[in-house]
Design a protein around this ligand. Structure first.
Ligand code: SF4
Length: 342
C-alpha cells in the first residue's frame, strides 16, 4: 500500500469517497498568459495556453493527458494544482469549488493534491538533505513529531527503492533516477487524493526511464487500492496504454478527444489522435492502423487559427473547419470528439 505504515498517526488518510462525486472535476479551464511590451509593459496580446478544457477523474482512476510539446498539458496540471491561477473555468475537488479560494482556505485541499515534477534536478532543493525534502510536506502541515516524521520518511524511502541510510544525503549524491524516486516519495508523503505526474520520466536517461516507470506502475496498484487518482501528463503513448484508464488528447490548448484508453487506441476518431497513434508500434497484429501523417507545425498559441485549430494540418479539412469551432461531442458512451466529420 502507498499508505506506508507509520507512527505519524495524524497522517491524513482518505475519507470514504462520496458515491458519484469525482475526485477532480475541471470545467471550461482557461489559462491565457498576457504578452507585455514596451516601457509601460502594456498588454499587446495573449498566449492561449489552455482554452476551455473540461474533464473529470474519479477515485482510483488514472487519466493520461497527452499531446505534443506546447499543447498546454503541463499548464493544465499546474493550474489544477493552483501553482498558476486560471483565467477562467472551475476546479472542483471532491465536489468543492476550489477555483478562487485564498491561500489559507485552499491549504486543506492543497495537501490532497501532489505533483511529481518533470525535472528531478531542479525540483529538489540542493541545500536540503533528501530526508528533509521528503518530510517537508509533513512538517509544513504539522503532522507527527520529529521522530515520527523521520520514521515515515524512512518507510517512504524504502517504498520507492531507496535505502533509509540515504536520507541524510544531499540531492547531488543521487543519480537522476534516484532523484526522481525522492520526488515520488515526496508526492506520496501526505497520502494525497490526486497525484499529477508531469512527464515524470522524460528528463531521465532512456536506460533509467523503464525503472522509474516500473516503480510508478507498482505504486499505481497500491494507489488504486487506496483510491488515489492519478493524472499522467506525457507524450509517451506507450506509457499511457500501460498505465491509464482514460485518455484526453490535447491540441493547441484544447481537448480534441477523450475516452477510455481501449476505445481511443482501438478506434481513434479525431485525425490528430489518429496521427499520434500512427507513430506507436501495435503489439496486436489484428489491429490495422492507417498511417496518417500530418504536415506542418503546431500553431502559435499567441495566434491560434480560427475554427478548428487543427485545420492548418488536417488532411480531411473541409471549408466549414476554417470558420466553425467543432464542439466536443459524445459519439458513444464516454467517448468525446471535437471534429465536424464525426
Ligand atoms: Fe480536421 Fe475539420 Fe475535423 Fe478539424 S474539424 S479535425 S479540420 S476534419
Amino acid at each position: 500500500m502507498v499508505e506506508v505504515a507509520s507512527p505519524a498517526s495524524d497522517v491524513p488518510t482518505h475519507e470514504v469517497p462520496q458515491p458519484g462525486v469525482p475526485v477532480l472535476e475541471v470545467t471550461g479551464l482557461c489559462k491565457h498568459f498576457p504578452v507585455r511590451k514596451g516601457l509601460l509593459r502594456r498588454t499587446v496580446g495573449h498566449v492561449y495556453a489552455v482554452d476551455g478544457v473540461s474533464f473529470t477523474i474519479g477515485p482510483a482512476e488514472t487519466l493520461g493527458l497527452v499531446g505534443e510539446s506546447g499543447c498546454g498539458k503541463t499548464t493544465v496540471g499546474r493550474t489544477v494544482m493552483r501553482l498558476i491561477e486560471p483565467t477562467a473555468g472551475t476546479i472542483k475537488l471532491d465536489g468543492h469549488d476550489v477555483t478562487s479560494l485564498g491561500k489559507k482556505e485552499f491549504r486543506p485541499y492543497r495537501r490532497q493534491l501532489q505533483i511529481i515534477f518533470q525535472d528531478p534536478f531542479s525540483s529538489l532543493n540542493p541545500r536540503k538533505r533528501a530526508g528533509d525534502i521528503v518530510g517537508e510536506p509533513l512538517k509544513v502541515h504539522g503532522i507527527g513529531t520529529r521522530s515520527e516524521r523521520r520514521e515515515r520518511v524512512a518507510a517512504l524511502f524504502e517504498r520507492v527503492g531507496l535505502r533509509r541510510a540515504q536520507m541524510d544525503n544531499f540531492p547531488h549524491q543521487f543519480s537522476g533516477g534516484q532523484r526522481q524516486r525522492i520526488g515520488v516519495a515526496r508526492a506520496l508523503a501526505l497520502n494525497p487524493k490526486l497525484i499529477i505526474g508531469d512527464e515524470p520520466v522524460s528528463a531521465l536517461d532512456v536506460s533509467i526511464q523503464a525503472q522509474v516507470i516500473n516503480l510508478l506502475m507498482d505504486l499505481q496498484r497500491d494507489m488504486k487500492l487506496s483510491g488515489t487518482a492519478v493524472i499522467l501528463i506525457t507524450h509517451d503513448l506507450g506509457v499511457v496504454a500501460e498505465m491509464c484508464d482514460d485518455v484526453a488528447v490535447m491540441y493547441a490548448g484544447e481537448v480534441v478527444e477523450r475516452g477510455s484508453v481501449d476505445a481511443i487506441f482501438r478506434s481513434p476518431q479525431h485525425p490528430y489522435t489518429e496521427a499520434l497513434l500512427a507513430a506507436v508500434p501495435v503489439p496486436d497484429p489484428a489491429i490495422k492502423r492507417t498511417k496518417l501523417v500530418v504536415q506542418g507545425d503546431v500553431p502559435s498559441p499567441l495566434n491560434p487559427p480560427p475554427g478548428c485549430r487543427f485545420h492548418t494540418r488536417c488532411p480531411y479539412m473541409v471549408p466549414r473547419c476554417k470558420e466553425e469551432v467543432p464542439a466536443l461531442r459524445e459519439i458513444e458512451p464516454g467517448h468525446h470528439v471535437a471534429c465536424h466529420l464525426r
